[in-house]
Design a protein around this ligand. Structure first.
Ligand code: UD1
Ligand code: MG
Length: 471
């Protein structure tokens, strides 16, 4: 569902703060590179920001900046992204200041986002921008997105004056006991008049408990100059949860997954035998009347059709599954395609663009790599099929191996229609087996087999003495 939340009233730019290490994560990895739903936090924020169709998205980078940049460019086109380096992390105000050269003279609205607040929805940001532009008929200079929290500890508190209007934001570490009682918190998400933001930012000092330049001082400075500061109070606190610790990371992972599973049950008619024990990516699609057993993991843009059964312990990543497919327990399926009415597993492994055509069957301890298994064909037991193309209604006996690797290069195997490969056949690639051919149990097939031929045998015998170059 592509939605466009662009706002016609003023040019919109986005600035995402992502330079901090995130000390409280106790990690060697920069906080915004930690993942939920298998994507770095910063990518979630970038994707959401894109839905507002801004002119440009600026990202402030510092800690592991090159890696953060790489992650961002997986999500955004180069012409829509720009990066500002913050060499030393001296606070959120200092971070915004790092992008001064790009923005200080821009006649735009600047939406400031935090790289560590990944659950925010585009609809909410659009409502914030709307409020910013329409506040008291002429718009505000700054609009702060807030929520009320039962337990506001750790967050900056939004203090209002006696008329209920914005007064200031006080960080937890600078707050008086009375201010700590305030339940309304700063989400770290704001809209600013870009020019006025940068003008006020020059006056921000670091005289506070953390010795940092706080972005949160800017709204107060603007208010003192008589500018209008608006508050947009949102009601879904989960959306603005910042991730500062691994406990919060795990918490949001679960929240996002629960949200996805509820949507799949309520809107798409998917059955979850145990919804608390399934791990489904937000970007996966699953069809009606499909049943998902416990401990199933479905990752990335996986598509699963109607009426499938996915048994416990299976992991499916970036794959396309048709209708009426049965996947038994403990399978791993990556970057692969399975057509309608196939059965797979238990304990099968499909990877590297494996493809099963309609009604094909793969049984236990079978691995398919970069292999096409044709319509109605079967590989039921203990088999490795790599770099192979297999026709229709062919049976691959137990223990068959395509010997595709000679130690240096990979080679292809081609097997026709209605072939019977006997148990324990070794197919030494490159090799072709014609339609209707049969191989006897234990054959070692080194030469192409013509259609409708039966080949057998494999006496092991010495053929040469290996020298250094051969090994
Ligand atoms: C900040 C807000 C707080 C708010 C909370 C919401 C300030 C001073 N406080 O606190 O009012 O309730 O967010 O989540 O703004 N960053 C940089 N450079 C820096 C410092 C931070 O890029 O020098 C980035 C971080 O990578 C992070 C974001 O800014 O993505 C927020 O920084 P963080 O240290 O998490 O601020 P909080 O203490 O959470
Ligand atoms: Mg934070």
């Amino acid at each position: 569902m592509e939605q466009n939340f662009s706002n016609e009233q003023s040019t919109l730019d986005v600035l995402i703060l992502a330079a901090g290490l995130g000390t409280r994560m106790r990690s060697n990895l920069a906080k915004v590179l930690h993942k939920i739903d298998n994507r770095p936090l910063i990518n979630h924020v970038c994707r959401t920001a894109t839905a507002l169709a801004p002119r440009k998205i600026y990202v402030v980078i510092g800690h592991q900046g090159e890696d953060v940049k790489k992650a961002v460019l997986e999500e955004l086109n180069e012409e829509h992204a720009a990066f500002a380096w913050q060499k030393e992390q001296l606070g959120t105000g200092h971070a915004v200041n790092s992008a001064r050269e790009f923005l200080e003279n821009e006649d735009s609205t600047l939406l400031v986002l935090s790289g560590d607040v990944p659950m925010i929805r585009a609809e909410t940001l659009a409502a914030l921008v709307q409020k910013h532009h329409t506040h008291r008929g002429k718009g505000a200079t700054c609009t702060v997105l807030t929520v009320k929290l039962e337990d506001p500890s750790g967050y900056g508190r939004v203090v209002r004056d006696s008329a209920g209007l914005f007064d200031k934001i006080v960080e937890q570490k600078d707050a008086t006991d009375e201010e700590k009682q305030v339940k309304e918190i700063n989400s770290g998400i704001y809209c600013f008049n870009t020019k006025k933001l940068y003008s006020a930012l020059s006056r921000v000092k670091n005289e506070n408990a953390q010795g940092e330049y706080y972005l949160t001082d800017v709204p107060r400075l603007l208010r003192e100059e008589g500018e209008d500061i608006a508050i947009y109070q949102h009601n879904d606190s989960k959306e603005v949860s910042g991730i500062n610790t691994r406990v919060e990371l795990a918490d949001l992972e679960r929240t996002l997954c629960r949200r996805t599973i509820s949507r799949l049950m309520l809107d798409y008619g998917v059955t979850f035998v145990d919804p608390k024990n399934a791990y489904i990516s937000e970007s996966a699609n699953i069809g009606r009347d499909t049943i998902i057993y416990p401990n199933v993991t479905i990752e990335k843009d996986t598509e699963i059709g109607d009426g499938c059964v996915i048994r416990g312990g299976t992991r499916i990543t970036n794959s396309r599954i048709g209708r009426g497919v049965e996947i038994l327990d403990n399978c791993v399926i990556t970057d692969s395609e399975i057509a309608d009415n196939c059965t797979v597993g238990p304990m099968a492994h499909l990877r590297g663009h494996a493809k099963m055509e309609e009604s094909a069957k793969v049984g236990n301890f079978v691995e398919l790599k970069k292999t096409i298994l044709g319509r109605g064909s079967k590989a039921n037991h203990l088999t490795y099929l790599g770099d192979a193309t297999i026709g229709e209604k062919t049976n691959i006996g137990a223990g068959t191996i395509t010997c595709n690797y000679d130690g240096k290069n990979k080679h292809a195997t081609s097997i026709g229609n209605n072939v019977k490969i006997g148990s324990d056949t070794m197919l030494i690639a490159p090799i072709k087996v014609g339609d209707g051919a049969v191989t006897g149990a234990g054959s070692v097939v080194t030469k192409d087999v013509e259609s409708n031929k039966l080949v057998v045998g494999a006496p092991a015998r010495a053929i040469k003495t290996l020298n250094q170059e051969d090994s």
